[in-house]
Ligand binder design. Structure first.
Ligand SMILES: Cc1cc2nc3c(=O)[nH]c(=O)nc-3n(C[C@H](O)[C@H](O)[C@H](O)COP(=O)(O)O)c2cc1C
Length: 204
């Protein structure tokens, strides 16, 4: 566990760099987190930080991400038992730091929480406190029937039309659970490509 004071946006931001915040949630597609961070960090002047929900930690090894040069922040990093007024607050510091937020993968649960304004963990607290001017991309990933559930289209509608995030995917393929159909996360290389094109990144 890191101390809640260990991330201060003004000290972590580097002039001229693109600061990418990746949020991973409890979909099997979180296995792609190490690939996404490693690929992004092949580009010049890019920094990556990762926020992972408790459920998403099942699907990848934090060390694999940290070896590529990005830190993984989890709910307990937000809380310290010696908080004093004026101390930095992790979800606020991370949102100040971010030039772009990728929610990849976005589980049905987190999609629903975003649509309803819930903010009961580090990821959703950050999103609730995020400036509307920070580009934010949602990459849903879930079982086909979860995706076809009538609430999912309503949550996606709110996320697009009310919150004004970009929703990309899901795509159709054979899912980890064996079902065939819509629900898979957009290919991880295409997710990286969105950042590359938006910020005109060049390989190191
Ligand atoms: C092995 C396994 C795979 C799962 N895959 C998905 C998935 O692809 N998409 C999804 O929305 N939920 C999936 N779930 C369910 C979520 O992990 C669960 O709803 C969880 O509460 C999500 O929490 P989070 O949104 O805070 O990450 C899966 C659960 C398990 C046990």
């Amino acid at each position: 566990m890191r101390h809640a004071n260990s991330f201060i946006a003004s000290e972590e931001r580097i002039e001229g760099f693109t600061h990418v915040l990746l949020i991973t949630t409890g979909s099997v597609a979180s296995v792609k987190a190490p690939l996404i961070t490693k690929e992004l960090l092949k580009f010049d002047k890019v920094k990556v930080e990762v926020i992972s929900t408790q459920a998403s930690l099942t699907f990848f090894d934090v060390e694999d991400v940290e070896m590529s040069g990005a830190r993984v922040w989890v709910d307990k990093d937000e809380w310290s038992d010696d908080y004093k007024i004026g101390d930095p607050i992790l979800h606020i510091e991370l949102r100040r730091w971010a030039d772009i937020v990728l929610i990849a993968p976005c589980s049905a649960n987190t999609l629903s929480k975003i649509a309803h304004g819930l903010c009961d963990n580090l990821a959703t607290s950050l999103l609730r406190a995020l400036s509307p001017s920070t580009p934010t991309y949602v990459f849903p990933a879930m079982n086909t029937l979860m995706y076809e559930h009538p609430l999912t289209s309503e949550h996606i509608r709110i996320v697009k039309e009310v919150i004004r995030y970009q929703v990309v995917g899901p795509i159709g393929k054979t899912l980890a659970c064996g079902d065939v159909g819509l629900g898979a996360m957009t290919e991880w290389k295409d997710i990286v490509q969105i950042v590359v094109e938006r910020f005109g990144l060049c390989q190191k």
